[in-house]
Design a protein around this ligand. Structure first.
Ligand SMILES: [Zn+2]
Length: 366
């Protein structure tokens, strides 16, 4: 498997703070770094280079995206605004907790261009390419930054492939709704977007999409699998097996783009779901078994050590290795089967007019 990397992704520095601006937490003696920081990506890289999976990986260097490429999914006015905000010398807050500064523009262009290099490799015959990049992208909308995301890397990969005539499906397992990706393709029936995420409601003016099942998009081509707080391995694997994969099978994409976050883990400060490292391993196995050309972009995952373990186990699964290479020292899985059935039945019922797989779905008696 190929891993795509660019050093400039480390240049984006959102400073300190918890989930809000630094001054809002004066009672902290030692300020927290912004959750989306360079140390997490360095840790991810280190895990893949020094963990037992290392021998299976080939590292490739990415590149900077061009302005023309970025304009495939963002408006010129937004890109002008973003680039200017990154000029420094001070950091600029674009929305509640999305901060840019000197170095951020290089990181944005490196993340986007490196994701496009991963696409180019897959178009040339590599089965799976992983763009290990930051800042993340799946919240970024055509005209605005959102939730640490500045340019939507997954959407850019999908849109680039679509313009080349491919049918593209995007599968997003970050714990947060892939609202930016949904927005980019809302009127685009040639791209199927599927997001599995925790129920969290509206986040404010920058995030009008709630991620609810009834946001079906054009012809049902947007599937939101909203999972109750506490959902874990069982919920995610059932969501894949019962909803995402049947829809993918009917849609029959030429290319799969995965937005890969690890903030669905049981220990993530930004998520309220309970995936374990083995859960990510099972997700990886299932995605690999689809046998689709696949580009993966790095999204969230904020407890960096455990996220790095989850990245490692996901890759083990994607490689379809027969035995686990790493143990999970923290695994604990509460029973999530009860909430799952109700959640999934709601999505199936909502999408039953659009997909044969869900015809005849009935509302849950509870
Ligand atoms: Zn997230």
């Amino acid at each position: 498997m190929e891993i795509f990397w660019h050093d400039a992704c480390l240049a984006h520095d959102a400073g300190e703070g918890l989930w809000e601006l630094p001054g809002d937490w004066p009672w902290l003696d030692v300020p927290e770094p912004h959750p989306e920081n360079a140390a997490r990506l360095r840790t991810f890289r280190h895990a893949l280079q020094h963990g037992p999976v290392a021998e299976h990986l080939t590292w490739r260097t990415g590149r900077f995206a061009t302005r023309e490429e970025l304009e495939r999914v963002h408006t010129p006015a937004y890109l002008d605004f973003l680039q200017q905000a990154c000029e420094g010398p001070d950091r600029v807050t674009l929305e509640v907790n999305t901060v840019v500064g000197p170095g951020s523009w290089d990181a944005v262009c490196a993340a986007a261009g490196t994701a496009l290099e991963a696409l180019a490799s897959v178009r040339a015959g590599t089965p799976i390419a992983y763009a290990l990049v930051r800042p993340p992208g799946h919240h970024a909308q055509p005209t605005m930054a959102d939730g640490y995301c500045l340019v939507n890397n997954a959407a850019l990969v999908a849109e680039t492939a679509r313009r080349d005539g491919l049918r593209v499906a995007v599968l997003d397992w970050d714990v947060h709704h892939g609202n930016g990706t949904q927005e980019v393709f809302t009127d685009q029936p040639d791209v199927l977007t599927v997001s599995m995420h925790m129920r969290h409601g509206p986040w404010g003016t920058n995030h009008p999409q709630t991620g609810a099942p009834d946001e079906v998009g054009k012809d049902g081509r947007n599937i939101n699998i909203e999972l109750s707080l506490g959902a874990g391995d069982t919920a995610y694997l059932r969501a894949l097996d019962e909803i995402a994969f049947p829809a993918l099978h009917e849609f029959a994409p030429d290319l799969l783009v995965c937005a890969s976050g690890f903030d669905g883990s049981a220990f993530d400060p930004n998520g309220r779901h309970n995936l374990t490292a083995d859960g990510y391993r099972q997700i990886g196995k299932r995605v690999a078994a689809l046998n689709l050309p696949t580009v993966i972009t790095q999204e969230g995952g904020y407890l960096r050590g455990y996220s790095a373990l989850c990245l490692h186990t996901l890759i083990e699964g994607l490689l379809q290795l027969p035995e686990p290479l790493l143990d999970d020292p923290l695994a604990y899985i509460p029973d999530d089967s009860q909430c799952t059935t109700t959640d999934l039945d709601k999505v199936k019922l909502t999408h039953s007019p659009y997909w044969k797989a869900f015809v005849g779905s009935r509302p849950n008696p509870s």
